[in-house]
Design a binder for this molecule. Structure first.
Ligand SMILES: Nc1ncnc2c1ncn2[C@@H]1O[C@H](COP(=O)(O)OP(=O)(O)OP(=O)(O)O)[C@@H](O)[C@H]1O
Ligand SMILES: C=C(C)CCOP(=O)(O)O
Length: 295
């Protein structure tokens, strides 16, 4: 079976995060071109997009992330509706651009079928995602369908939650869960920065990119950097949740993870997806961060 890569393309990359519902056209085209190139090279792709300037503003205004702990239930239901309306606008923009470029992309929203509890996924439509990726049903592996692999496109969304009734599921949590379930060859986070720094590169000019983070299960994800820089309207975990998710994917599921993006060229981002890694002592791709499993 062809190699599988899971990509979480952050909302900070494909949108202008400070400006409500504004797409970054150049980065959006980069993302579509990246998927086209990877598919031409035979990769199976599962794509997750973040919300950026779509959804975070609405979720914050109506405290959707707090679920039923929100003071006003009327406000909560309107918040759910408006947040979903916004995130699905971005979703369908991405999916239609992919389809117009010849990619068989289907939108799969977590809202309809995923369930979380205490920031972990407890139920999902994983069989459907597998079926899209493999062109066959996981429950009946012998009945090979004639369809080609499809690119499922998931996204940060409103989600049903056992404790809170509902909440926000971040793309950073989705990629973590899917890595455990699908065992991809590699995971790639694309964001508006070139990787993980010792402090926020937006606040500190002297911030240094950390090229390689060796991840060991027993050591946990002790963050060796400052990650506090987050926009006011951001309802999910910012760079800290990317770090935690990447560290767990590498250390527990033993899957290498790259964080890349910012102003890097499309070829550099493509190299993060396609490069071969054999116990590297250094990160082979400049201007990115590699989380590598240490056995
Ligand atoms: N140590 C750090 N290294 C790199 N970036 C950092 C660090 N600390 C904070 N940041 C900030 O994290 C931001 C990226 O996180 P953010 O959650 O906005 O990205 P995203 O996942 O692409 O967006 P979204 O959550 O909308 O999908 C950067 O713009 C940067 O300012
Ligand atoms: C509905 C929202 C705000 C989803 C947030 O998803 P993320 O941008 O991947 O953290």
């Amino acid at each position: 079976m062809n190699k599988l890569i899971i990509i979480k393309c952050g909302g900070a990359y494909i949108s202008v995060k400070e400006k409500h519902e504004t797409v970054d056209e150049k980065h959006m085209n980069n993302l579509v071109e990246l998927i086209v190139r990877l598919r031409k090279n035979g990769y199976r792709i599962c794509l997750i997009i973040g919300a950026g300037s779509f959804g975070h503003f609405e979720a914050k205004e109506y405290s959707v992330n707090k679920g039923l702990q929100n003071d006003s239930k009327v406000q909560l239901t309107m918040g759910i509706a408006k947040t979903r309306s916004s995130v699905t606008k971005l979703l369908y923009m991405v999916v239609s651009k992919l389809i117009n470029s010849g990619i068989e992309a289907v939108a799969l929203s977590p809202f309809g079928s995923w369930l979380t509890d205490k920031d972990r996924v407890v139920y999902s439509n994983i069989d459907l995602i597998r079926q899209c990726l493999n062109g066959t049903s996981s429950s009946s592996p012998d009945s090979q369908c004639s369809i080609h692999s499809i690119v499922p496109v998931l996204h940060g969304d409103v989600c049903m939650d056992i404790t809170k009734g509902c909440g926000i599921i971040s793309g950073d949590l989705i990629i973590n869960y899917l890595s455990q379930q699908l065992n991809p060859e590699k995971c790639v986070f694309i964001s508006d920065v070139e990787g993980f720094y010792n402090k926020s590169p937006k606040l500190h000019q002297e911030a240094k990119l950390i090229p390689l983070i060796l991840c060991k299960k027993d050591q946990g994800s002790q963050i060796a950097a400052e990650t506090s820089d987050k926009l006011d309207h951001d309802v999910t975990g910012g760079m800290k949740s990317k770090y935690d998710s990447a560290y767990e994917i590498a250390s527990v599921y033993l899957i290498p993870v790259f964080i890349c993006g910012g102003n890097s060229s499309l070829s550099l981002i493509e190299s993060c997806c396609t490069c071969t890694l054999n116990s590297p002592k250094t990160n082979p791709i400049n201007n990115s961060t590699l989380f590598y499993p240490l056995l």
